[in-house]
Design a protein around this ligand. Structure first.
Ligand SMILES: C[S@@+](CC[C@H](N)C(=O)[O-])C[C@H]1O[C@@H](n2cnc3c(N)ncnc32)[C@H](O)[C@@H]1O
Length: 319
């Protein structure tokens, strides 16, 4: 643990061998797959931040406005003297909107992107000298324990509709794990992207500047560097589109030719046009979110939607 002035950094020692096995298992499936967590090396995190600034990418500006418009009400519901745990904190931009009104006793950002997390936590610590920050590099899709002790009440923050990256059943189970962590006197503030016009959704994942395409391709660059692969990025293209039946954006990398790729000493054959599935981003309606919340054990909910009902912020709690 490196202790800075008010910033502590913990590394949960992610097992590279486990990740390597996950990559090999995904590429061995009939529909080749790479889990979206591999998007996020330092460049992937920077590219995601750049995506959030694209005009087509409505989720970030809509969620940001909801948090800012309702910061007072959110703070009143959450109360005082608590540990705030953020899942997938990225640049920690969104928490800045709430910090002055929430005034948590401790802020614990969790993220898989080690260097970006360390940079974001230090920047936050400098900007908010009163705030004690405990940043943890961890894969939150596997069971883990917080690496520090706190007697404080726990409240979680899970913005950015990252819940949409889980399959629907897994998302419900994940909320259940958060409910267990925060307990009966805690809560979860979560941002969820709503079902909407297909054109708006498709544009958001196919921005004109091609930043989402670069982000998608960066997964191959990350795997080349960290896991001994030789993907040729110029031989794959980005594809993203909304699947109405499943209610999700699906993102793929499409092989532009017949090719063989070596990954961690194993060869994988690609036909021309064959796809690697890299991400699902499930969209919800309010009733679906509330049903999931009840299933997870939350007894109460407060919902905030923008006037076009593009995005929802929910505070889920029990007392
Ligand atoms: C879609 S971005 C959202 C970033 C930010 N919370 C926001 O709302 O703009 C997802 C974030 O979750 C992190 N992340 C993705 N998968 C993760 C995992 N399995 N464990 C921990 N963090 C993960 C990424 O590094 C990234 O910062």
């Amino acid at each position: 643990m490196n202790a800075l002035s008010t910033v502590h950094f913990y590394d949960q020692d992610i097992e590279l061998d486990d990740f390597s096995n996950e990559i090999l298992a995904g590429l061995s499936k009939p529909q080749k797959t790479l889990p979206p967590k591999f998007f996020y090396d330092e460049r992937g995190s920077q590219l995601f931040t750049e995506i959030t600034r694209q005009p087509e990418y409505y989720p970030t500006r809509t969620e940001t406005k909801l948090l800012s418009d309702h910061a007072g009400e959110i703070s009143e519901l959450i109360g005082e003297d608590f540990l705030l745990i953020e899942y997938g904190s990225g640049s920690s931009e969104k928490i800045r909107i709430l910090l002055d009104s929430l005034r948590p006793s401790l802020y614990a950002p969790l993220d898989i992107s080690r260097d970006y997390l360390a940079w974001a936590a230090e920047a936050l610590g400098r900007e908010y000298p009163w705030l004690e920050v405990h940043a943890t590099c961890v894969d939150f899709t596997v069971e883990f324990e917080l690496p520090f002790e706190s007697e404080k009440r726990h409240v979680s923050f899970f913005p950015g509709s990252s819940i949409g990256n889980f399959e629907r059943g897994e998302a419900a189970a994940f909320l259940g794990r958060i409910r267990s962590l925060v307990g009966a006197d805690g809560g979860l503030l979560i941002g969820v992207d709503m079902k909407k016009d297909v054109g708006v959704l498709n544009d958001a994942y196919n921005d004109k500047r091609g930043i989402t395409a670069d982000f998608n391709l960066n997964i191959l660059e990350h795997i080349n560097r960290e896991y001994g692969a030789d993907f040729n990025l110029s031989q794959f293209t980005h594809e993203a589109g909304y699947d109405v039946e499943q209610g999700c954006i699906q993102m793929f990398l499409v092989s532009t030719c017949c090719q063989s790729v070596s990954v961690a000493g194993r060869d994988f054959e690609f036909a021309e046009g064959e796809k690697i599935h890299t991400e699902n981003s499930h969209k919800y309606n309010v009733d679906e979110v509330l049903e999931m919340a009840v299933g997870a054990g939350f007894l109460k909910a407060k919902t905030w939607l923008d006037e076009d009902e593009l995005f929802g912020v929910f505070y889920l709690y029990s007392q």
